[in-house]
Write a protein that binds this ligand. Sequence first.
Ligand code: PGA
Length: 247
Amino acid sequence: MTAPQPLIAGNWKMNGLAASLDEARAVAAGVAGSAARVAICPPATLIHRMSEALAGTTVLVGGQDGHAEASGAFTGDVAAEQLADAGAKLVILGHSERRAGYRETDALVAAKVKAALRAGLEPIVCVGETIDERKAGRALEVVTGQVRGSLPAELAGTTFSVAYEPVWAIGTGLTPTTPEIEEVHRAIRATLVEKFGEAGKSVPILYGGSVKPANAAEILHADEVGGALVGGASLKAADFLGIIRAL
Ligand code: PGA
């Protein structure tokens, strides 16, 4: 099995103004020698400027969502092609804040993944159970169902990652125990292998949800954890670098 190169991606969500580009520059200056691929996904308004600010560095820029259509009458939306045109190389899709707040279904996420591939973007596809689903003993069923439904067959032979983000761990300071993370990541791995055969073994499975410098080493070294998707702690370069260096 080919060990996937870890990916550590920062999800800035709806945070960041032009002045925040200094944080991105500080991340780029501090990542030299890291074993991980590092990405920052700022709001769409900053993608172009961040791509220019980070040109010539190893830090990649990504989007946080992308419409399934390439263009058209979709007021307020941004197409995958437009993200790529602005300098994005990756895109987060199916984040729970989109699934919950915008009623995104697995089928819509799969359509957005196809659009990302059409535009040459590397998708980071998010899955994760709610606290009620976990309490009902349904975490594995929900997560593997999302993996099956959100990953189109077109991903075969492409570079992409899956991010396991328990909804109840996002922005709450709560994290699953290491055995709980490993249990879900192993189930995701088995589903990836079922779907993509041998190639499913080299897809990085990121963990996301309250990753901080203090818990990063334990999480990043857990079985089947191939990196992290970091929200709040990616907004400050010092914290994000602390996570990257924990690898
Ligand atoms: P958090 O967010 O690190 O702030 O919990 C993670 C995410 O939503 O991707």
